[in-house]
Design a protein around this ligand. Structure first.
Ligand SMILES: [Mg+2]
Length: 182
């Protein structure tokens, strides 16, 4: 495994129905910082790939979004952890190449790190995360945090299978580092 692609809301931080709009609304989910540290220690790069249509709708500015990401990085740094890159799609247009379930954001990250889709893994909580990964034959994991339980209850279409399922990011990362699934 040469790259971990992480969805943000519901995987890294607590998802909010109206999106995270300030530092105060950004809260790491339990076990996320230790999970990121495990990847850092294993020298596996991490790229966040996140849809933020809240920006495209004009409800959050690019500067405000960047400030939230600065805060995310600051909180990680305090614990000696880091993410390598953050890729954002602000479009509200479902046909936009970079808006998941389309794979553009993932492809951009793979290209930057010079990693093949089959050598990476995507971890997400929503069907569109899994669809973006399966579109490019990238291995994928669903976590039960965020929308994960609802995603499971709705049923995973055959088109996105196989999908590994874990309770949260820490469990998923522990498994990846134990098993070297890809
Ligand atoms: Mg999500």
């Amino acid at each position: 495994m040469k790259l971990v692609l992480l969805d943000r809301d519901g995987v890294i931080n607590v998802d909010r129905s109206k999106s995270v709009r300030s530092r105060e609304e950004f809260m790491f989910l339990p076990g996320v910082i230790p999970a990121i540290k495990l990847l850092n220690e294993a020298s596996i790069p991490i790229a966040i790939v996140t849809n933020q249509a809240v920006v495209g709708r004009g409800e959050l500015s690019v500067e405000e979004l960047e400030d939230i990401h600065t805060y995310l990085k600051e909180l990680l740094a305090i614990q000696g952890a880091f993410v390598d890159k953050i890729y954002v799609c602000t479009s509200t247009d479902s046909t936009h190449t970079h808006r998941k379930p389309n794979p553009g954001l993932l492809l951009e990250a793979l290209d930057y790190f010079k990693v093949k889709p089959q050598e990476a893994v995507l971890i997400g909580d929503a069907l569109r995360d899994l669809q973006a990964a399966s579109a490019i034959q990238c291995p994928r994991i669903l976590v039960r945090t965020g929308k994960g339980q609802i995603t499971l209850k709705d049923g995973l279409p055959n088109s996105v299978l196989p999908v590994l399922i874990f309770n949260d990011l820490y469990e998923a990362v522990s498994h990846l580092l134990d098993e070297e699934i890809c």
